[in-house]
Design a protein around this ligand. Sequence first.
Ligand code: GUN
Ligand code: ZN
Length: 433
Amino acid sequence: MMQAFRAALLDFVADPAESGEQSIRYHTDGLLLVEQGRVKACGDYQQIKATLPDDIDITDYRGYLIMPGFIDTHVHYAQTGIIASYGEQLLDWLKRYTFPAERKFSDPAYAREAAQFFLRQLFANGTTTALVFATVHVESVDAIFDAAAQHQMRLISGKVMMDRHAPDYLLDNAQDSYDDSRALIEKWHGKGRLSYAVTPRFAPTSSEAQLELAGQLWQQYDGVYLQSHVAENESEVAWVRKLFPWSRSYLDVYEHFGLLGERSVYAHGIYLNQEDRKRMADTGTALSFCPTSNLFLGSGLLEVQKIQQQAIRYGFGTDVGGGTSFSLFRTAQEGYKISQLTGHPLSPLQMAYRMTLGGARSLYLDDVLGNFECGKEADFVVIDPGATELMQRRLHQADAIDEQLFALIMLGDDRNIVATHVLGECVYRRPSV
Ligand code: GUN
Ligand code: ZN
């Protein structure tokens, strides 16, 4: 039952913003030992090898870098097919592309195929854990959980709740959305590595009655998540102000209905104010930073430095199909550029941390994954830092690990992913050329 993997190994034990170089563990010639899907040991090859039986089978990934599996804290599986759709900003983009695409997920066969395809995209990009929007259809939730269960993947998802301001064919109502979500929690939450997320789409598409019930449902179950969108786009923010004139802010609408707290995760947050950020930090509410989406939909530039300074938990989200890539490398690349434009460039270690342990912390999963501490779930990605001639050339001129990591993140994408392992088992291998 023992598996051993030899490669360079890199993980985090703390936030680099707090612990600097102490936050990172790096072994140029390392060995990762896995027993029954859990990390048994992680360290220097020579040291660990000496403790092992002579005949142990070692998977030789020398020349490659193993990191903890990447974490996507916000993505819509039903939008895979409309990724890269031209021309609109959020509200028109939803109407023109998103809602018609999501309509198709009432068909279980369609949803099953799409779920399988989606998971292949995650694995091909080194992502092993995700917080996923399904659609309003119960069938879409069954499909994504079924697919994840087949790979024993740690995945969180839920049925979209929306009872207004969308086409009739996508609307539920407050009571049905509560009953259906509840039945899905009973069916899926805590089954294997799956968790449920109560999923009101965003304030404009839920009545106050629905938000109220969402809050009640979320409070009733231990360990259940809540996911939604907040303060993404200026027209959206203005609309929320009109719909909820009594509210202090967009975030305040959610707080009013009891939707902030540990295990609630909001995508975007570009237009949050200082007080909102404080409420998020104080309540343990997490933010998902979705750079490719924010640029693609023209939503705006998140001042990620402020999120960090106010000690809000955050991770990266691809937000496909508003986002343009499943790759956490690509996502961090755009995040870096946004951080440049807002005056506080993210450090290489900070980005790698957010792709792994920081993402896990934002999802309150760092007790079970996010790094290679003994006993944690052995989800990991095998990276080829020199996947192209250009990358090789660049790496030859990078000595320190943070410099190498930076070049890898800035140039990286799915071409760098050699293999992806879930609980030690290989779920993806790069096609050989
Ligand atoms: N706000 C409400 N729904 C969505 C969605 O599907 N994508 C994004 N990016 N924002 C949203
Ligand atoms: Zn989204």
